[in-house]
Design a protein around this ligand. Structure first.
Ligand code: COA
Length: 320
C-alpha cells in the first residue's frame, strides 16, 4: 500500500478523427464488422504531434485541474510503448515542454498496463523519497507502429494521452501488477535487433503484431485475476467499488467479465467507441474523462484494471 491521492486529472487526443468507414479506403472492412466485434466507432490519429507533445497537453490540463505549477512537481513518470526517441525519455522531453526545471523523470514500458505500473512506481517513489507531488502520464502515438495494411489490427488502435497529478497523503491505495512471458509472441512490436559489430542492418518490421483470439482469451482471465487480487489485498468485495475503469480494448472482453462477476455493464466506464485502443493512455484518458464528466467524485472508490503485451496485467483501487 502507498499513501497518495489524485489531485488533478487531464487528457488530450489529437484533432484528426478517423471513422470506421474511412478504413474502407485502405483495407477490406466495414463499420458493421468493427462496431459489432469491438465496440469502436472512431479513433483520433496524430498528424505531426509526437508522444511528448500530446502527453504534455494532458499533463498541463491535470496541473491546471490540481491548481499546481511547474515548480510544484518533484517527479514525472510516463507510461508509453511509443516514445519519441530511445533516449532521452519521453518524460524528460515532457519536463521541458511543461517548464519543469528540476524533477526526477523517466518512462515505463508495460504496454496497456503501463499507467497502473507507473502509478504504482510513482507513489512508491514519493513515499520512499519523502517527495510531495508527481505527474503520472499514459501517452501513445500508436499510429507510428500500426500496420495500416493489416485489417485485423489497424482498425483497433488510436492515439491519445491521459495524466494525473498525485500527492503524498494518508490515503491508502492498493496495487497489483503482474507479468508473464510464456506467450509473449501473441502481442508484440519489435524495435532494433542486435546488429553485430560492423555487420549493420535494421530490423525490417517493427509493426504491431497480434493474435487477436489468444489475446482475447488472455484478457478475460487477466482482468478477472486482477480484480480478484486487488479486492483480496484491500479486504473489499466488488460491491464496495463504485466504478471500474478497465483498459479499453474490446467491449466484448468487458461483457465477458460482467458475466463472470454477475455485474451490470454500467459498473464499468467505457469510452472505446470514441477513442479505440490507446494502450497505456486508455485508462488514464477514461479516468480523466470520468472525473471531468462528474461520473466519479470525492469519496468514490474506483478500480483501474489493465492488461496487455508482455504479457502484463494490473489493477489498482483508489479512493478519490
Ligand atoms: N474487417 C473485416 N473483417 C475482418 C477484420 C476487419 N477489420 N479483421 C479481421 N477480419 C476477418 C478475419 O480475417 C476473419 O475472416 P475469416 O473468417 O475469413 O478468416 C474474421 O474476420 C474473423 O476474425 P477473428 O480474428 O476470428 O475475429 P474475432 O472475432 O476474434 O475479432 C478481434 C478480432 C481482434 C476484434 C478480437 O480477437 C479481439 O478484440 N481480440 C483482443 C484484442 C485486444 O484486446 N488487443 C489489445 C490487448 S491490449
Amino acid at each position: 500500500m502507498n499513501d497518495m491521492k489524485i489531485i488533478g486529472f487531464g487528457h488530450y487526443v489529437p484533432k484528426t478523427i478517423k471513422y470506421n468507414d474511412d478504413f474502407k479506403t485502405i483495407v477490406e472492412t466495414s463499420d458493421e464488422w468493427i462496431k459489432s466485434r469491438t465496440g469502436i466507432s472512431k479513433r483520433h490519429l496524430t498528424d505531426d504531434e509526437n508522444t511528448s507533445d500530446i502527453a504534455s497537453k494532458a499533463a498541463l490540463m491535470a496541473m491546471e485541474d490540481a491548481g499546481v505549477s511547474a515548480d510544484d512537481i518533484d517527479l514525472v513518470v510516463c507510461a508509453t510503448i511509443t516514445p519519441d526517441s530511445f533516449t532521452p525519455s519521453t518524460a524528460s522531453k515532457i519536463l521541458k515542454l511543461l517548464g519543469i526545471k528540476r524533477a526526477m523523470a523517466f518512462d515505463i514500458s508495460a504496454a496497456c498496463s503501463g499507467f497502473i505500473y507507473a502509478m504504482n512506481t510513482a507513489s512508491a517513489i514519493l513515499t520512499a523519497n519523502n517527495l510531495r507531488r508527481a505527474i503520472v502520464i499514459g501517452a501513445e502515438t500508436l499510429s507510428k507502429i500500426v500496420d495500416y495494411t493489416d485489417r485485423s489490427t489497424c482498425v483497433l488502435f488510436g492515439d491519445g494521452a491521459g495524466a494525473v497529478v498525485i500527492e503524498a497523503t494518508e490515503n491508502k491505495s492498493v496495487f497489483y501488477c503482474m507479468s508473464k512471458t510464456d506467450e509473449e509472441n501473441i502481442l508484440y512490436a519489435n524495435a532494433l535487433k542486435p546488429q553485430g559489430v560492423f555487420k549493420g542492418g535494421l530490423i525490417d518490421d517493427y509493426h504491431l503484431k497480434m493474435n487477436g483470439q489468444k489475446v482475447f482469451k488472455f484478457a478475460i482471465e487477466a482482468v478477472n485475476d486482477a480484480i480478484n487480487s486487488a479486492l483480496n489485498t484491500a479486504g473489499l468485495t466488488i460491491n464496495d467499488i463504485d466504478l471500474i475503469i478497465p483498459h479499453q480494448a474490446n467491449e466484448r472482453i468487458i461483457a465477458a467479465v460482467c458475466r463472470h462477476w454477475n455485474l451490470d455493464f454500467n459498473r464499468f466506464y467505457l469510452n472505446i467507441s470514441e477513442y479505440g485502443n490507446t494502450s497505456a493512455a486508455s485508462i488514464a484518458i477514461a479516468l480523466s474523462e470520468a472525473h471531468h464528466k462528474k461520473v466519479i467524485g470525492k469519496g468514490n472508490r474506483v478500480m483501474l484494471v489493465g492488461f496487455g503485451a508482455g504479457l502484463t496485467w494490473a489493477s489498482m483501487i483508489i479512493e478519490l
